[in-house]
Design a protein around this ligand. Structure first.
Ligand SMILES: C[S@@+](CC[C@H](N)C(=O)[O-])C[C@H]1O[C@@H](n2cnc3c(N)ncnc32)[C@H](O)[C@@H]1O
Length: 479
């Protein structure tokens, strides 16, 4: 609840700053009106959440405003668990607070969520000892975080759970806390593997994709982001241009739903550079490269419910208004075996909106990791705005002539079930201009009452590892 409150406070701050920004119209955010939700409630009567089930229309209508507000708070509450998951990624992969080696993918795969079980094919004690040392080092770091923003954040998350580092037994409690959360994350990972296997056993690729598309519906909301989905978006945009769906300079207003924050992601988890957001810049870069926008006309709004994401974007925009560029670090592990097309994307990333600069040095413990960096020109950075929107229950209210040409939501809707995804699609529809597109990597239900229709999709492989890729679908708003 605390998080939700602080989001509302920061919304006010953001709106004030937006109103003050020269040439930028103030933004208005509203909850989904009942009239728009009604067809979704009708069509999905069988799968509504308990509080909305078996109610008459007048009952639903009168309870809608309060239900929406309380559900909004519940969804925002899920950010807390996502924060804890992120701290566990830092525990497993971080190099800024420890000399211990990172956990390898192979070790992670073999780890059992049961602390008493021996790790398959390897003495469990060895991995447990490694994790214990990492826990100790992380606690030392959290106790004296200096200006390491990840350690400061980890400490804040632990303090939120009631841990006081100043207490005599504070560090012991912190160790207990980290170990518990680590075991929870392991248990969840193993249950996701089971869900994926169950989806696969359906034997129908579309059904499997539909199941995968909501697999995190009960998970904490995490902010992770990485480069490969941005490559997949560029492939999709190229296909749409080549098929005549998007013509030269036809895109002006773009919205990124859930841009994310690269803090320490669950796959690679680098922590040797400052946290950053990537997707808004990636989409700008691709649109300029493909000739789909006039750079001087482009506007990119970021919609998120995380105050951390919103404040980050807003800080970057303010800095750009004072002429400061935004630097993005792009590490790459050659052992991940990226496809040549993805490597080429990594090499060209940012060349339309900025220029290459020397990257932050890769620490010696990460030997083999390559990196490059891009400095994005302020003229592009200041085209971004940040808006506090929970896309499941809210929308930006946009006048007809300012509606979006393109909305992007990758790795966002997967955190919601069919009902909430359908509400999100209603909000997305209200923000798109007729003929505008949503690009997503989740398969969404197409309710006949909605004006959103799926076009096609492009499958994009990131490496030759199994299931290492995405499908980007486009949904078009009918007139
Ligand atoms: C896992 S990250 C994905 C980041 C990026 N889109 C990508 O694909 O790399 C999910 C992002 O969506 C945001 N998010 C989750 N639920 C949301 C919602 N209901 N409305 C708006 N943003 C949401 C999170 O705060 C986070 O920034």
């Amino acid at each position: 609840m605390k998080e939700a409150k602080s989001v509302f406070v920061s919304l006010a701050a953001l709106l004030i700053s937006l109103a003050l920004a020269p040439g930028t119209p103030p933004a208005a955010v509203a909850y989904t009106p009942f009239s728009d939700a009604e067809p979704v409630l009708d069509a999905l009567a069988e799968v509504l959440p308990p509080g909305l089930r078996a109610k008459s229309h007048p009952e639903l209508e009168s309870m809608w405003p309060s239900w929406v507000k309380s559900r909004d708070a519940e969804i925002r509450e899920r950010l807390n668990q996502g924060d804890e998951d992120t701290i566990i990624n830092l525990l497993l992969f971080g190099t800024s607070f420890t000399q211990e080696p990172r956990l390898t993918a192979a070790q992670l795969k073999k780890l059992s969520p049961d602390p008493n079980q021996v790790v398959e094919g390897e003495p469990g004690t060895q991995v447990r000892a490694l994790i214990q040392s990492r826990v100790q080092d992380l606690i030392i770091g959290m106790d004296s975080p200096g200006n390491n923003e990840r350690l400061l954040f980890a400490r804040k998350v632990a303090e939120r759970a009631g841990i006081k580092f100043s207490d005599a037994n504070g560090k012991e409690e912190a160790a207990h806390y980290l170990y518990e959360k680590y075991l929870r994350v392991l248990r969840e990972q193993s249950s996701y593997q089971q869900l994926l296997a169950a989806a696969h056993s359906l034997g129908d690729p579309t059904e499997e994709f539909a199941e995968r598309s909501k697999i995190y519906k009960d998970r904490g909301l995490s902010l992770d982001t990485s480069l490969p989905p941005d490559f997949a978006l560029e492939v999709a945009l190229t296909t749409m241009r080549d098929r005549g769906l998007l013509s030269a300079s036809s895109v002006r207003r773009v919205g990124i739903i859930g841009p994310g924050l690269d803090f320490t992601d669950k796959q690679e988890g680098y922590d040797f550079y400052r946290t950053q957001t990537v997707q808004p810049f990636a989409v700008m870069d691709s649109l300029v490269r493909l000739g789909l926008v006039k750079p001087e006309k482009l506007e990119v709004d970021s919609f998120d419910l995380s105050s951390r994401v919103l404040e980050h974007v807003e800080r970057a925009r303010r800095a750009a208004l004072q002429g400061r560029p935004y630097t993005i670090q792009l590490p790459r592990d050659p052992l991940r075996g990226w496809k040549p097309e993805l490597v080429a994307y990594w090499k060209r990333f940012g060349d339309q909106i900025g220029s290459s600069v020397p990257p932050v040095a890769v620490p010696p413990s990460l030997h083999g990791i390559e990196s490059r960096a891009v400095s994005v020109r302020p003229t592009f950075v200041k085209r971004m705005r940040a808006l506090d929107v929970n896309i499941v229950l809210q929308r930006e209210e946009v006048p007809e002539k300012a509606k979006f040409d393109l909305l992007v939501a990758t790795n966002v809707l997967v955190y919601y079930d069919t009902f909430e995804q359908s509400l999100a699609l209603t909000n997305i529809q209200s923000m798109l201009r007729p003929g505008g597109f949503l690009l997503t990597n989740n398969l969404l239900l197409e309710l006949p009452s909605l004006k959103m229709r799926s076009g096609d999709y492009v499958p994009v492989e990131y490496s030759s590892r199994p299931a290492d890729g995405d499908r980007i679908l486009w949904y078009r708003r009918l007139p």
